[in-house]
Design a protein around this ligand. Structure first.
Ligand code: MG
Length: 252
């Protein structure tokens, strides 16, 4: 590895290890999505995740991170991110964000998805579609010689064109031998600013999109972030490598 500014450039060998990590993580989150049904608890999702992670002989990235108790963050409805898996029972009409990370051969991988359970309102369907598409819009800008904020700006512009808002208090990040490396990747901002993107950078891009205000607050458990106005929020994340041929989504 080498560094440009404080952003670590990965070698092709490192990217290959991160590709393997991403492939495993993609299969784990696919299984977790499949296991969602009304009546289970958010803890049930985490128990399943822990078993899947162990089954792949990799390590959970979140468990014990600054004391976080779960392998997953499970955030329901107005919860934005960092929901602690627990006794909450999922029901029809909920939207559930699952965020999960692993360490494979020393390299981190990080992904998140939001799923509607049973029949959800048209408004919520639109929120999920716009949030997921905003991630794609950001990823499309993760190309050599773009500036970092081209990613940020593409996400914000797309989300706000649909009259939703992007969370400011939490951001994407570089990823590699650590879960959170430089740079921070906001989901808002003007284009053409910040570091120039280079081949070998790997980013976790993760827009959090709110139906109402962008403002958030953290609950007394010290982790769970909710929207300030109590309206729903969606979160999608991929780990993405910047290559000569364009952005490569590692967690797909
Ligand atoms: Mg992340």
């Amino acid at each position: 590895m080498s560094q440009t500014g404080s952003i670590i450039i990965k070698t092709p060998e490192e990217i290959e290890l991160m590709r393997q990590a991403g492939r495993i993580l993609a299969s784990i989150i696919k299984e977790l999505k499949r296991s969602l049904k009304s009546g289970i608890t958010t803890k049930d999702i985490d128990v399943k995740a822990e078993a899947l992670i162990a089954g792949h002989k990799v390590l959970p990235a979140f468990k014990g991170y600054r004391g976080f108790p779960g392998c997953t963050c499970v955030s329901v409805n107005q919860e934005v991110v960092h929901g602690i898996p627990g006794k909450r029972i999922l029901k029809d009409g909920d939207i559930i964000s699952i965020d999960v990370g692993i360490i494979s051969d020393g390299y981190y991988s990080d992904t998140a998805v939001t799923v509607g359970l049973g029949s959800i309102s048209d408004e919520l369907k639109k929120l999920l579609t716009v949030a997921q598409t905003s991630l794609q819009k950001g990823i499309e800008q993760a190309v050599v010689d773009n500036h970092l904020s081209d990613i940020s700006s593409a996400i914000q512009t797309y989300v706000e064109s649909h009259d939703f808002s992007v969370v400011r208090d939490f951001v994407g990040h570089g990823i590699g031998k650590a879960l959170h490396e430089d740079p921070e990747i906001p989901n808002f901002g003007l284009p053409h600013m910040g570091p120039v993107l280079k081949e070998g950078m790997v980013f976790a891009i993760e827009p959090m999109v709110n139906l109402g205000t962008w403002q958030t607050k953290t609950l007394e458990d010290g982790w769970t972030v909710v929207t300030k106005d109590g309206k729903p929020s969606a979160h999608f994340e991929h780990t993405v490598a910047i290559t000569k041929k364009g952005p490569e989504i590692l967690t797909e």
